[in-house]
Ligand binder design. Structure first.
Ligand SMILES: Cc1ncc(COP(=O)(O)O)c(C=O)c1O
Length: 337
């Protein structure tokens, strides 16, 4: 029983995956952040940022909340602001999909669209941040959640890691999570460090993201990856980083839906592809946890559209169809016996 919708952003399921990785000598789990009320891991960060700022009196009556987000964080903030009766202006860019904009509006948020990338960096993210600063100046009673620097962002994921640790009695050998603001990675890393756990944190980042000394480049799939190095990033935050391509995300997502019947977003496909890349190195009997950050419904026009995939990558369906076919044979056999 919960007293408000925001309180339901917790205790998401930890699911054991027995099919997608093939025959494994280690235990593979997915933390399904897709079960949060707005459909993503960012609900936790958004709700915590708003509620802690309210507790501290940093958000005053009648305040306007202003943030840059092209998706999940905006939706999390839109829920929190609707609940607490706050005005939200969400700064997005032309790459934000129409469904996300409609969801923001459905919660009563205002959407401010920047039309051009920042002339200096060429990045839309920088252009959005510039616009946030402009809007903050225009609205004296305003609050900027600043998800890239706010420790209440990472603190929310400290709790996520605590939930995983409780489920697995703190025996977590590998944790794979996607990175953007680094709130998730930082919160989990802080928990691991504070409890002297032996967990290896593996950051999964996009090719074209500047995190982990990456080179800035074009990216098609939103969610993970960043055009700026956030303050929440600290050196040693992860034992290692695996960079994945847009195609890796698609293949990961398509394999997950075919084999496990889980419809997840691009960064979850990225994390699963990263796991596929390193699975031969994982020790027998280990507990390996992947964080699946959001649901697949917001990617129906991209990752799950055959036409979109063909346009960007050509005919690549064999990369997941083979996987599905072998499972069908296995399933048929188990019935035959
Ligand atoms: C789908 C998805 N995956 C991963 C991330 C990365 O999470 P974090 O910002 O905590 O690094 C985000 C952040 O917005 C996201 O939307």
């Amino acid at each position: 029983m919960y007293d408000r919708i925001l309180a339901t952003a917790q205790k998401t399921p930890l699911l054991r995956l027995t099919r997608a990785g093939g025959k494994l000598e280690f235990n593979l789990y997915a933390k399904l952040e897709t079960f949060n009320p707005g459909g993503s891991i960012k609900d936790r960060a958004a709700f915590n940022i708003i509620e802690r700022a309210l507790d501290r009196g940093e958000i005053r009556a009648g305040a306007t909340i202003i943030e840059s987000s092209s998706g999940n964080m905006g939706i999390g903030l839109a829920q929190a602001c609707a609940y607490w009766g706050l005005r939200l202006i969400c700064v997005v860019d032309p790459k934000t999909n129409a469904q996300n904009i409609n969801i923001l509006k459905a919660y009563g948020s205002e959407v401010d669209i920047v039309t051009r990338p920042d002339p200096v960096t060429g990045e839309f993210l920088q252009a959005r941040l510039n616009r946030v600063r402009e809007l903050l100046n225009m609205h004296p009673n305003s609050f900027w959640p600043n998800q890239y620097s706010n420790l209440d962002n990472s603190a929310a994921h400290y709790i996520t890691m605590g939930e995983i640790a409780d489920e697995l009695e703190s025996k977590i050998d590998y944790l794979l999570c996607a990175t953007s603001t680094c709130g998730t990675a930082r919160g989990c890393a802080d928990y691991i460090r504070d409890r002297s756990m032996h967990t290896q944190l593996i950051a999964v980042d996009a090719e074209g993201s500047v995190l982990f000394n990456g080179q800035s480049g074009a990216r098609l799939i939103p969610g993970h990856g960043s055009g700026v190095v956030p303050r929440l990033y600290r050196s040693g935050i992860a034992e290692r980083c695996i960079k994945v391509s847009d195609l890796d995300c698609v293949v990961g997502c398509r394999r997950l839906v075919r084999k496990e019947a889980i419809l997840v977003g691009g960064s979850s496909g990225a994390v699963f592809s990263a796991l596929e890349r390193i699975k031969a190195e994982i020790t027998d009997g280990a507990n390996c946890v992947m964080i699946f950050a959001d649901r697949g419904e917001r990617y129906l026009d991209t990752i799950y559209s055959d036409e979109w995939v063909r346009t960007h990558f050509g005919d690549v369906s064999h990369l997941w169809e083979e996987a599905g076919a072998s499972l069908e044979v296995q399933y048929a056999c188990s019935w035959a016996f």
